[in-house]
Ligand binder design. Sequence first.
Ligand code: ADP
Length: 402
Amino acid sequence: MNILVINAGSSSLKYQLYNMTDESVLAKGLVERIGMDSSILTHKPTGKQDVTEVSEILEHTTAIRKVLGMLTNEEHGVIDSIENIQAVGHRVVHGGESFKASALVDSDAKAEIRRLFDLAPLHNPASMMGIKAAETNMPGVPQVVVFDTAFHQTMPEKSYLYAIPRVLYNKYKVRRYGAHGTSHAYVSQAAAEFLDRPLEDLKIITCHIGNGASLTAVQGGKSIDTSMGMTPLEGLMMGTRSGDLDPAIVPFVMNKEELTVNEVNSMLNKHSGLLAISGISSDMREITEGMEKGDPNSTLAFDMYEYRVRKYIGSYAAAMNGVDVIVFTAGVGENSIVLRQRVLEQLTYLGVELDEELNSIRSGEPRRISTANSKVVVLVVPTNEELVIARDTHRIVQASNR
Ligand code: ADP
């Protein structure tokens, strides 16, 4: 079975085509600047030359048509016809409380995703455009939705409720949902497999640290707490997001600076984090470079970022009364030797012992970076959210055919 995985944003669309016989990637790519003039389609067929095409792509239906054109193109294609795609899997950011697992797309699922627009106004409408575009271009092909929030639906009330009037939960479902669930689920499972130990027996802290960043406490394979909240703004300091702050700062700043709701939202989501403190960049590579050159603002930005990661690890070790495994993943987690080192060298109280040599090895494979004597095993596990989407889609479509 060949499965097309789609991750639709408001002006972009990422795709990967999988052959599920051996889970190999036949092609992947990205359409950027949808809705603008000169949209860019970058197509990367496995074993063939990459190709970039600039054209006007005004909406997602055209974007998917172009992608299907590339996938079946004589020169750049990897399949003979569209009929060789047996299912489509979509990444959806918000599944609310309704979706505790991935689901087949039908009219009920679509109505529910639409109801959730309120909770994820930036993301879910884009996913919906992706679903509609795939339906239009590939009528009759089964589609599956995989949610970033689903893995965290196992959190108990004490982790997901905020200490504010209950009526806000009852009326608007204001609560913690978390994000990056597909990644936290994948790397915790992969960690157990790597260690050849049952996931049910392990207390794992998964650190997904990329542009967006979240930590999750995974106990016995279930998410029991996670650092992102009702939206992906809470928790760690991120590239451009503030993470945790005193909620009273919001009305204070709005009042003093005469900011609208949109403006304050934009400040906290797009103009905060590493970018605000360093004054240089939201990109961890540039912050690290600045720090190595002795720039005080980059050094402070790095210190604040690292300190927040370390505090969350400590709080999740407390939440689970211990930790067996710490996993680093995503852009910063997989690549930043110095971030991992700085976090781990101050977790000796937990029994963490970093092996500096192992920490400095770069590889795309799951690997251990703690010493053989370390009480807590520390791993780097490259995440693969697209593969999880493809696997879920495969499983659900096969089950529905029975
Ligand atoms: P997204 O959340 O957009 O998927 P990624 O997981 O790709 O993001 O992570 C992007 C982040 O990873 C950027 O801040 C980037 O600087 C960082 N990153 C990538 N490579 C390195 C590296 N070698 N050292 C430090 N940071 C890195």
